[in-house]
Design a protein around this ligand. Sequence first.
Ligand SMILES: Nc1ncnc2c1ncn2[C@@H]1O[C@H](COP(=O)(O)OP(=O)(O)OP(=O)(O)O)[C@@H](O)[C@H]1O
Length: 332
Amino acid sequence: MIEAKGLRKVYGTKTAVDGISFTVRPGKVTGFLGPNGAGKSTTMRMIMGLDRPTSGDVTVNGRHYSEHKAPLHQVGALLDAKAVHTSRSAYNHLRAMAATHGIPNSRVEEVIDMTGLTAVAKKKAGGFSLGMGQRLGIANALLGDPQTLILDEPVNGLDPEGVQWVRNLARYLASQGKTIFISSHLMSEMAQTADNLIVIGRGKIIADTTVDALIESQSRKRTLVRTSETTRLSELLARDGVRVEQNERETLEVYGVEPLRIAELALDNRVLVYELTPLTSSLEEAYFKLTKDEVEYHSHMTGGPAGPGAPLGVNPAGVGAGTAATMEGIQS
Ligand SMILES: Nc1ncnc2c1ncn2[C@@H]1O[C@H](COP(=O)(O)OP(=O)(O)OP(=O)(O)O)[C@@H](O)[C@H]1O
């Protein structure tokens, strides 16, 4: 369990984390989301005692990180996958870490096997690919079989098999009652991995809820309707003040009413409807809506302004057309 109360971190004139309070519970995977620079890594570093809060407090399993007698058994973290001796082999790196924490060599073999590093375990970590480095970082985090696991962007650089492996690992460990706290920018992955989400923007919490509730809160009720009488049904719905869009032949998107109401209206007026499907937003759509005012670093595509539906100022037409992009950080 991770508990933060009024946690705040100021670097010079920059408030990276602005007095946040949250609880990450055992038995669940909790995703930690937010735009670049929102304060996720700073929060994770404070949990691990690597950064001292300017004010407020954070504990893991009831104590500050530094107060735990055997911290590797309490909490394991992947914060910076490059933080290994590049001249040491993965095996020697893990062995050295295990030896200084009273962890037997058999556990080193176990985590090497679990993370799929067996074939490269005797090679120097400096020559590892990004994905192999991530696996070593995760092996390191798992070494003490910790009750709480903190992973900062663990799937960064992993191949699809690796991404799936992290998902299954996180879900398995949560099912064993462990506390799993993961940051990621991959929304589709988070939707499949996490039970709960904490969303942060400009150092403040903007949502602390379940994945389903977050999607629901940001979704507008929409129903896909297939009928051969689109014009007539559109007119009937418009009379009730309902917004209707037609994007394909024989297909309507109807906003803001229950499918039952659409079916009743169609039945009363003898309009044949052959499909009624409630549509839900993806986590990515919900996330964009939630954080659209919290993004500090916008991308600008050359070749025209962003369209009204374009998330984060990215013009989808420009992307599709292969337009050259310039990335520009704007600090507001
Ligand atoms: N050591 C530091 N000194 C000064 N500013 C810092 C320091 N560490 C972080 N910051 C600033 O604090 C803010 C939060 O940074 P942080 O790395 O926690 O964000 P993040 O949510 O992890 O971002 P990303 O998704 O890009 O990794 C940023 O504006 C960053 O520039």
